[in-house]
Design a protein around this ligand. Sequence first.
Ligand code: MG
Length: 428
Amino acid sequence: MYGFIFLQKLNSLNMDRRTFLAGGTASALSPLALKAVNTSSSHPREEDITAPPARFIQQRYFRQPVIIESMDLFHHDGSWFVRARSKDGAEGWAIAHNNMRNYYPIFTNIIAPNFVGRDARELDQLVDDVYLVDANYKLQGQPFWVPVASAEFAVLDLLGAISGKAAGDILGGIRRREIPLYIANNHRNHDPEDSLRRIVASVDKIDAQAVKFKLGGRMKVVDQIPGRTKALISMVAEALGSRCTLYADANSSYVDVDYAIHIGKLLEKHGFAFYEEPCPFDYLEETKRVADALDIPIAWGEQESSQWRFQWMIRNGGVQVAQPDIFYFGGLIRSLRVAKWAEQQGLPATPHISGGGLGFLYMGIYACCCPNPGAFQEYKGINRHFPWESTGQPFSIKNGVMTAPTGPGIGVRFDPDYLKSAKQVSAL
Ligand SMILES: [Mg+2]
């Protein structure tokens, strides 16, 4: 009713809605209309609704359809593997996230059946279709998107097996073969001196040129070790500031915006380059208020599973370093979409990565083909819990720089004998 009256008023003014919102006539309207104006800035623009999402799969590498005949899940000693097979008998393999132990029924019952029978070349569309079909959107969150990401990686490997192309090329083209890393630390239960020792050791281990450490109490303001946050900010800056780019991650610690800003000012004073998740991750307005008050870029997004919320935060100044998690957000295609939105604002999109499941491998694929991945990519160590080897340029980390995966598909080969000993996980 009120919306109808509001639209009639616009019609009577004989101007379209966009011209109206951009103009200065709002003060002539009622408080109700003003509210509509104030909130409309966060609504989707018409071109966002009608424009299809960016597509990344390079069709030119595939002359024939690649029909997915089967998609299967295997488990061995805490690791989870996905196999995608085409009707022509080609095979792709990916390592899934360790949390698949909790999510596998969603994979076997919902995700895999929706991939089977589809053309792998339509992967851009597939990751949206599986979300919309059967009201699967109601499942959105890590338990849904981790299985989708795992399926996507296996399909990319299948496309690589058929074309001989690396996933980075299939997703748009490899732009860089070396990827500078930042080493991520997590020592909240250690005192400042011991934390610093561990942080410096992690930097030394890979000769990292950038480092991130943890602030606050993770979803609570109080430090596990009283006084740790403030002491460590200056200690890390003094020990490593001349050697490394410094990042800090509050993991959603500060509900109080003023306190979050206070900590941000300390980081600015000591030359830090981004401040991650200052407020609880879903406190969008509070995060934006912190971003508005500070010069230091706010990094955010590892918990986010909604494309629209991500887009809103990027376009409304809530985040300056977008951080989709390649697993939690549903794979490389959706993460590269975030990068596109960030690029439109002149911002980087530097993914958060999961430590297990060869998270660094998928980060490497993303960073090698993304135009705006940021200066350094997150690194949490190498997973050698199962036998794998690079099929492209040899995998190495030197002077804090990792080689990109350039072999076909996801660029690694898992030991076939190891895979043979894995147990297939059936649909319920
Ligand atoms: Mg984080």
